[in-house]
Design a protein around this ligand. Structure first.
Ligand SMILES: [Zn+2]
Ligand SMILES: [Zn+2]
Length: 278
């Protein structure tokens, strides 16, 4: 399985010379099986860069099929939707799979984003591609072409998000973004179960460990949380992800250095555009 990080930033997109190496686009991660099946996680602004690549393939001819998993509907995870060009080509079949947000329906939430106040698209029904919005209950397993997916609800401030454990080609990738455990030193068993023996754990690392005390309760983790999950779960590699828009390239380097010094698990910071063979 191959993985490509198209957007690794949390909260809002950043630009500027201090953000060039890790990138400024918000969250979007592409998984690809050896046979070429694709799965996208989250539709942040990074997805618009993937869209350009897809348009040079079967998606440009209206023959593309793509399932997209949404962890939740905060803007940094869906802001790429109105600008994801494969939606504008008739014949493409795109499935958006997510849990219903608290007190709302997933489809209604996505429709709101395309309302005329926010977008000239004026509704999902105006997208030329075949688009289906499919909901699941966290805890439910999903079977997608080439991929098996386990899901679980995890706390994210005053709401919750969905964590994913994705298996393909005999390898496992776990995606735990936008998550804050009640106790960093004792992460929830559901998170550890999703990451059990994973080949790669992608974990929220919005805060540097030394900043966390001022940001407790905001719904995000310090880098340390990913380490504890990786160690308890026996994950083979840890990608720090969902970098704060305040975190410059040099600051992220420092977090990686400090985090690596405290664990035997190989740690790196996800960088926009980078590939990984899992
Ligand atoms: Zn986020
Ligand atoms: Zn969020």
């Amino acid at each position: 399985m191959k993985i490509r990080f198209w957007g690794v930033r949390g909260s809002f997109a950043m630009s500027g010379r201090d953000f060039l190496r890790y990138g400024g686009n918000t969250t979007s991660v592409e998984l690809r099986t050896d046979a070429g099946e694709r799965l996208l996680i989250d539709l942040g602004t990074g997805a618009t860069e993937l869209a350009k690549t897809l348009m040079g393939s079967e998606f440009g001819k209206g023959q593309g099929k793509l399932p997209i998993l949404l962890s939740h509907t905060h803007l940094d995870h869906i802001q790429g939707l109105p600008f994801f060009t494969p939606f504008f080509i008739k014949g493409n079949e795109i499935r958006i799979l997510g849990a219903n947000p608290a007190s709302s329906q997933l489809e209604a939430t996505l429709q709101n984003q395309l309302a005329p106040h926010y977008s000239p698209l004026n509704g999902l029904e105006n997208l030329a591609a075949g688009v289906s919005i499919e909901t699941f209950t966290p805890g439910q397993a999903l079977s997608l072409p080439g991929f098996e997916v386990q899901t679980a609800a995890l706390p994210h401030g005053n709401m919750w998000t969905t964590g994913f454990r994705i298996t393909a080609d005999g390898k496992t990738v776990t995606y735990l973004s936008d998550v804050e455990y009640p106790n960093v030193e004792d992460p929830l068993p559901t998170a550890i179960a999703l990451a059990q023996d994973a080949d790669l754990l992608i974990h929220d690392a919005m805060h540097a460990d030394h900043d966390y005390d001022q940001r407790r309760g905001w719904g995000h983790s310090p880098a340390r949380a990913g380490v504890v999950v990786a160690e308890r779960a026996g994950a083979k590699k840890l990608a720090l992800f969902h970098h704060s828009p305040d975190a410059t390239d040099d600051m992220i380097d420092e977090v990686v250095q400090r985090t690596s010094a405290r664990t035997a698990v190989p740690v790196f910071a996800a960088a926009e555009g980078s590939y990984l063979d899992v």
